[in-house]
Design a protein around this ligand. Structure first.
Ligand code: PMP
Length: 351
C-alpha cells in the first residue's frame, strides 16, 4: 500500500440508471420525459450567439431565477439554481446539514442522499417506511440534524399529504427540512405555499422530469431569503459559474412556456393512469403513483426475472437490488406507443 492511500477519500458512488449504447431501446429506466422540451427552448438555444460563449455565464443566474420567482410568486432572492437538482441537493447538504445529530431520511428513498451524507461526513439515520411504503411522520419528531425526503417519494411514487409535511415542519423548528419535489408536477401539490410560514423549509425541484431537460442539467431550490443567501455563500465558495449560458437560456424559456408544460405533464398523467389499469389487469400490484413512473410487483413472477426478460426484448426499466424492494420494478412513463410495447411484453411474461 502506498503511503498516500491512507489520505484518499473513499466513497461508494451513486449508480445511475444505464444509458444504453444500442439504438432502438425503449428506455423506461431513468424517469426522463418522453416528450421534447418546449419549442421555446429550441428558439432560445438557436438565439444563442456562439461568439458570446467566450464570456462567463451570469453567476447569479438572474434571468432564470427571475422567471422561476414570477412563476411561483416568490421573491427572486428566495430562488437558487444549479446544475440539476443533484447539484442543488449536494449544495444543500453542505450548507444545511452540519450538526452532530443525524440527518433523517426514509430507508426507501433517493439513494443519492446516503452517498452525499457519506461524502460530506454527515451522520445520518435511515428511517424505515411502514409496510405500505409510507412515511410515518412521528418518526421524524425526534431530535435530529436535518430531514430530507422526496415528495412524491422515489422510487415508490407515493404522495405525502400536505398536513403530514406540515407536522414535520412544526416538529422540527431547529432543523432544516428539505422536500425534494423532483416529481411533484405529475399530480402532487407542492409545499412551496408553506414557505411564508416556515423558515426551516427548503423545496428542491428539477427541470429533468416535467420540463424535459435532463440533458441540460437544471435544478432549483426555494426557501427564505436568509437560507438562499447561505446556499449562495457555499456555492460561491465552491464554483461561481455552475450553470452554462445555454442551460440558463433553455431553463428560462422552459419556465416561460407554461401551456406546453401543462400539456405534456397532463399527457404523461393520462398515460400513467391508463397503463396502471392495464398492469393491474395483468396481476401487478402497486400503490397509486403521483410521479412519472410506476413501482410495481407481481405476485408470481420475480421482478429480477421480468427486468432481465424485458431487457432482452429491448425494454429497459429499473430494478434495485436492495432490501425490501428487490421484488419491484420502477417503470418510467414513456409515450403511449412505448407503454403499449411494454404492456404487450409483460402480458407475455406473466402468462
Ligand atoms: N431527486 C430525486 C428524488 C430523483 O429521483 C432525481 C433523479 N435521479 C433527482 C433528485 C436528481 O435529478 P436531476 O439531478 O436530474 O435534477
Amino acid at each position: 500500500m502506498k503511503a498516500w492511500e491512507k489520505n484518499i477519500r473513499r466513497v461508494t458512488p451513486y449508480t445511475p440508471g444505464e444509458q444504453p449504447k444500442r439504438p432502438g431501446i425503449i428506455k423506461l429506466n431513468t424517469n426522463e420525459n418522453p416528450y421534447p422540451p418546449s419549442p421555446m427552448v429550441e428558439q432560445a438555444l438557436k438565439a444563442l450567439d456562439p461568439a458570446a460563449l467566450r464570456r462567463y455565464p451570469d453567476p447569479t443566474c438572474a434571468k432564470l431565477t427571475q422567471a422561476l420567482a414570477e412563476e411561483y410568486h416568490l421573491d427572486p432572492e428566495q430562488v437558487f439554481t444549479g446544475v440539476g437538482s443533484d447539484d442543488v441537493l449536494a449544495m444543500c447538504f453542505m450548507t444545511f446539514f452540519n450538526s452532530e445529530k443525524p440527518l433523517l431520511f426514509p430507508d426507501i428513498s433517493y439513494s443519492f442522499y446516503e452517498v452525499w451524507a457519506e461524502l460530506f461526513k454527515i451522520p445520518f439515520q435511515k428511517i424505515p417506511l411502514d409496510d405500505q411504503f409510507q412515511i410515518r411522520t412521528e418518526d421524524y419528531f425526534e431530535s435530529n440534524g436535518g430531514v430530507i425526503f422526496p415528495n412524491p417519494n422515489a422510487p415508490t411514487g407515493q404522495l405525502m399529504e400536505q398536513s403530514s409535511i406540515e407536522e414535520i415542519l412544526i416538529a422540527n423548528p431547529d432543523s432544516i427540512v428539505i422536500v425534494d419535489e423532483a416529481y411533484i408536477d405529475f399530480g402532487g401539490e407542492s409545499a412551496l405555499h408553506f414557505l411564508n410560514q416556515y423558515d426551516n423549509l427548503v423545496v428542491v425541484q428539477t427541470f429533468s422530469k416535467s420540463r424535459s431537460l435532463a440533458g441540460m442539467r437544471i435544478g432549483a431550490a426555494f426557501a427564505s431569503k436568509e437560507l438562499i443567501k447561505y446556499l449562495n455563500d457555499v456555492k460561491y465558495s465552491f464554483n461561481s459559474y455552475t450553470m452554462s449560458s445555454a442551460a440558463l437560456a433553455a431553463g428560462e424559456a422552459a419556465v416561460r412556456d407554461r401551456a406546453y408544460f401543462e400539456e405534456t405533464t397532463q399527457r404523461i398523467i393520462r398515460t400513467r393512469e391508463r397503463v396502471s389499469g392495464e398492469l393491474r389487469a395483468l396481476g401487478f400490484q402497486f400503490a397509486d403513483s403521483y410521479a412519472n413512473f410506476l413501482f410495481v410487483t407481481h405476485p408470481r413472477i420475480p421482478a429480477q426475472q421480468l427486468f432481465e426478460k424485458l431487457k432482452e426484448a429491448g425494454i429497459y426499466v429499473r430494478y434495485f437490488r436492495q432490501p425490501r424492494i428487490d421484488n419491484y420494478l420502477r417503470i418510467t412513463i414513456g409515450t403511449d406507443e412505448e407503454m403499449d410495447a411494454l404492456v404487450r411484453q409483460l402480458a407475455l411474461l406473466t402468462k
